[in-house]
Design a protein around this ligand. Sequence first.
Ligand code: PLP
Length: 408
Amino acid sequence: MIRAGVRVGVGRYNEARPLYRSPHFGSVDNPTAERRTIHLGIDLFVEPGTAVKAPLEGVVHVLANNPAPQDYGALVILRHQTSDREEFFTLYGHLGQETLRGLKVGQRISGGQAFGRVGTSRENGGWPPHVHFQIILDLLNLGAAFPGVAYASERAVWTGLSPDPNLLLGIPKDRFPAEERQAQEALEKRRVLLGKNLSLSYERPLKIVRGWMQYLYDDTGRAYLDVYNNVPLVGHSHPRVVRAVREQVALINTNTRYLHDKVIRYAERLTEKLPEPLRVCFFVNSGSEANELALRLARAHTGREDVIVLEHAYHGHTNTLVDISPYKFNGPGGQGKKPWVHVAPLPDDYRGRYRRDDREAGARYAGHVREILERTRGKGRDVALFVAESLPSVGGQIVFPPGYLQEV
Ligand SMILES: Cc1ncc(COP(=O)(O)O)c(C=O)c1O
């Protein structure tokens, strides 16, 4: 807030927040079970000690201290009446303890009267100082236990009971970021605007808005254990990775036409870990570019064209890589195998023709590659490249039997 030069920060109503980790927001034993995430108030972040004024005339209805971590600390609920005598309530959480000492249940508060102060982090449930302001149409006799954060599956009920507090606060609309699209709307837009070849997982597609460590979070704040995404090898949003990317983008993002120490240092550190003769780096942006380049190097070096691949392999999405990926050329919309591509059996010692009880399984699977090589040479062609994923992925996360790659 200091950096942005603002005196008041706003935490939004009806916002899904995965940050409520203490036990009273849901099960702690199962981090992927539904937890309460939907914020039913508006938070106003200000200096501790800032006066809190009543927006309307009312009566002190509840005074309470909810001291658990991430709870309200000191809490005041005022009771109001509309002009046609309908009762409703306003709730103020995370106040200073002295607010409670200065008030009595039943006390009249006039509109605009300062009746409390914003608490410090030590007394407000451990939060950065702010007041949580919420409108409640029916308190359901819950008193201080009325939720300020709801389960997403009960969102309609609780936002019905607690409408948008901006009805009273009147913060200009342009101070809020653009509203996020609901998953259904995002799905409809995606169908119109993005290529239909992109597959979407699950009957009810997930709208994933955040990743942190081993979890992905959807637009309701629900956590999912990510055992599927293959990109963030050190977990999602690893702080060191985030910092390094941020710092570099802020400094320079250019190409290899110029000298730069970091690219040299990176190559040194990588090649230190690689066996001879792997001593030269080509930096690319994706797996597809890497495999495309490997194929080009092999063809340029050997002057040959043919490629041996494994069953079910996937090597990337360029035209040529689709041609050497049985998963693609045999899959939906695939064009079949090209004459310069030769497919060797997947060395799967669990389901394949040679099993784990066979100590020679690796050598036997490698024997099929030799056969292909001989057959190809017999036809007056020759092989430029044998390519295999080190752990065939769409093939079933297969670990090669011992000795397979050496033998090949
Ligand atoms: C085994 C394998 N090879 C190649 C690729 C292609 O990489 P990219 O999507 O970065 O082009 C992938 C991508 O998932 C892959 O899983």
